[in-house]
Design a protein around this ligand. Structure first.
Ligand SMILES: [Zn+2]
Length: 669
């Protein structure tokens, strides 16, 4: 999913929900405006290939024209580079989304092949010493040009444009291998066909909606796959520990040994890549282009988080252990919390302590109404509406919306949603910011939100995940940047999760949830007492959740550190050192897409961005639907995408430099 964009070596972001944090323990207007953008419809792989051929030929002509520009061309060079980026986005942008969601394997394969062709072009083009020399002569007109120029030069340098010839060739080879391996990794997770067979008795405790319509095997057992709405409830709700264990083990094995081998190769190749530039670790190579700056700075940050959550995790586990001992009528000393017990007993204790059952919320948050609800939040905060548009799309579940600015009644973006699980579809939750705006040429943005929700309704945790991805969506559709290369979520990787995580908090505010009534007349309001209990319960087991996030971040950092490490050995050692230990045979890294593509040496960005998100929330304290604060936030943080440094955007919005007080205060709640 990590795409080398033409103009920069940074990710063209595919921003995922944090693994395990938001999925937690596993878990209109009257008139229809013209859409500002229409998704291409491909009927066959041949269609995809033809579109790809056109893109490649356009890019090659653009490259030739660009290399002939005189050194005195001023910022024309920047405009030309952005035009190339846009032409890449026009074709490969929607294809990147289709790779994740298209039901036809031939089309998915063709879109992947097209992306590899583009990546190969980009790896070679960004090594152009000629273009780099031209870039060095550009006199930027203002801060926005200056930042775009610097980002572009960084991307050329990171692609190897300034390396001696032999290293330059190797860099190009490595980039191509990395793109290919990252695709293979993602494909194996997406197309994983693992099923586990259970008898009805074994599924005791699991809501029947999760399994009753599943196919059965010859012995009448239900065959359950890995999709969140199926595997999640089995792991969290099955009374029989063997049932939980079998599903947990299957879920932890997605991707398999092949993906462990692929990840291992990715780690080695990225290490070698950083070495070409004189860096002793890929983490240092990557971090220097992010807010953190260095691997050491990330380590320091993770150290402060660890201190704050370590004791709390132990206390949480003790609580679960005590509960399990009482429930199983065994002495405490003989009772151990297994990995597949965590979700189950967290849920049990939460129910006992706070009278909260996550399942209770589904009746209040029907899936379609939940989407209208998050749109309504945007209407209140940012004065925009999401109006359904009739457009042929890749699947009957997918929907298109025109984003209309209510101040001008003009469409400003297009937004797609594809919410329910199906075979071969991307299995997590993410937003594809596949088309970026450019005020210089009047181009409007588009994004696509992909999730795997339960059709019958959402839990409050799932509503939080939806809002998280919608936060990325807003960052995309409300951005208003000069260059497409710096639009939307094309921001520093350790900032990109701030706008999304900020919004997660909104689901506990009764004034916000009251918006359900506005979008769904038949929706029953969440009883205030239930919501108040949920608000208290959310702090429960925080030690476990944050320790897990901390472990993922530390693992990612160590794997991409000075000594390239075998992914599974390192994981079993690091997970083995935690209070719950490592389960022999489990292989979480085999499905950990963030590490393969998109977020290598960048998983810490979730916690890093959360510090900023908590600080941003302080401006909305007690007024989470304020149009006045919303406008300020939209105009400063969201509109500017990546064209201004994140520290500056946040300072302008908050009226002071950002700090970590709100984060640690919230962590200690
Ligand atoms: Zn995210």
């Amino acid at each position: 999913m990590k795409k080398q964009s033409l103009a920069r070596g940074l990710a063209r972001i595919v921003a995922l929900a944090a693994l395990g944090l938001t999925a937690a323990t596993q878990a209109a207007a009257a008139t229809s405006p013209a859409a500002t953008y229409t998704m291409p419809v491909y009927k066959s792989a041949g269609d995809v290939n033809a579109a790809c051929d056109r893109m490649m030929s356009d890019l090659k002509s653009a490259q030739t024209a660009l290399e002939e520009l005189p050194g005195t061309s001023g910022t024309t060079l920047l405009q030309q580079l952005d035009a190339m980026y846009r032409s890449y986005e026009d074709t490969d942008g929607p294809m990147s989304l289709l790779t994740a969601v298209h039901p036809d394997k031939a089309i998915r394969d063709a879109t992947e092949a097209c992306d590899l062709r583009y990546q190969a072009f980009s790896a070679s083009f960004q090594q152009s010493a000629k273009v780099l020399a031209l870039l060095k002569q550009v006199q930027p007109a203002d801060g926005i040009d200056r930042r775009f120029l610097k980002d572009t030069m960084d991307a050329f340098e990171d692609a190897g444009a300034a390396l001696p010839e032999d290293k330059r060739h190797r860099a190009e080879e490595l980039n191509n291998q990395i793109s290919k391996l990252a695709q293979e990794f993602e494909r194996r997770v997406r197309e994983d066909k693992t099923q586990v067979a259970f008898t009805e008795a074994e599924l005791k405790g699991v809501p029947p909606e999760a399994w009753k319509n599943a196919k059965r095997d010859g012995q009448g057992r239900y065959l359950l796959g890995m999709a969140y709405p199926v595997s999640g409830p089995v792991i969290e709700r099955a009374v029989n520990p063997k049932t939980r264990e079998r599903m947990w083990r299957a879920f932890q094995s997605r991707g398999g040994q092949d993906n462990l081998d692929t990840l291992s190769q990715l780690v080695a190749l990225r290490h070698e890549y950083a070495g070409l530039f004189g860096f002793d670790s890929f983490a240092n190579f990557a971090e220097r282009r992010r807010m953190s700056g260095t691997e050491a700075e990330v380590e320091k940050f993770l150290g402060t988080v660890k201190g704050a959550v370590e004791q709390r995790e132990k206390a949480d586990i003790e609580l679960l252990r005590g509960f399990k001992a009482r429930e199983t009528h065994r002495p405490l000393a003989d009772t151990k919390i297994e990995r597949w017990d965590v979700g189950y007993y967290t849920e049990r204790v939460r129910r006992a302590k706070f009278s909260i059952d996550e399942e209770q919320f589904r009746q209040y948050f029907p899936s379609d109404a939940s989407v209208k609800f998050v749109f309504r939040i945007a209407t209140r905060l940012f004065n925009v509406d999401f109006v359904p548009v009739d457009e042929p799309l890749w699947h009957a579940d997918a929907r298109a919306f025109a984003v209309v600015d209510l101040a001008t009644h003009q469409p400003i973006a297009t937004f797609y949603v594809d919410l329910y699980p199906r075979e071969d579809k991307f299995s997590h939750a993410a937003m594809w910011g596949f088309r970026n705006p450019s005020t210089a040429v009047g181009r409007l943005p588009a994004g696509g939100l992909v999730a795997n929700l339960d059709r019958k309704g959402l839990t409050i945790d799932e509503l939080k995940t939806l809002l998280h991805e919608f936060g990325h969506g807003l960052h995309q559709v409300l951005s208003h940047t000069r260059y497409a290369s710096q639009g939307g979520t094309n921001v520093l990787l350790d900032f990109v999760e701030a706008p999304s995580q900020m919004l997660e908090d909104w689901v506990y505010d009764p004034k916000v949830l009251a918006l359900f009534k506005e979008v769904c007349a038949s929706c029953k309001p969440v009883p205030p007492a239930l919501l108040a209990r949920a608000d208290k319960a959310r702090h429960f087991a925080k030690g476990i959740v944050f320790s897990r996030q901390h472990l993922y971040a530390s693992y990612d950092l160590a794997m991409y550190g000075r000594e390239p490490q075998d992914p599974l050995k390192l994981w079993s050692r690091m997970e083995g050192a935690t209070p719950l230990g490592h389960v022999e045979g489990s292989m979480l890294p085999a499905s950990f897409g963030h590490l393969a593509s998109g977020y290598p040496a960048g998983y810490y960005g979730y916690l890093w961005s959360l510090v900023i998100a908590e600080d941003l929330r302080t401006a909305f304290e007690g007024k989470r639907l304020s149009a006045e604060v919303g406008k300020r936030y939209r105009d400063t943080v969201l509109a500017n995408g990546g064209q201004v440094a994140p520290q500056e955007l946040v300072r302008e919005f908050l009226g002071r430099p950002t700090d970590s007080r709100a984060f640690f205060k919230s962590l200690n709640k």
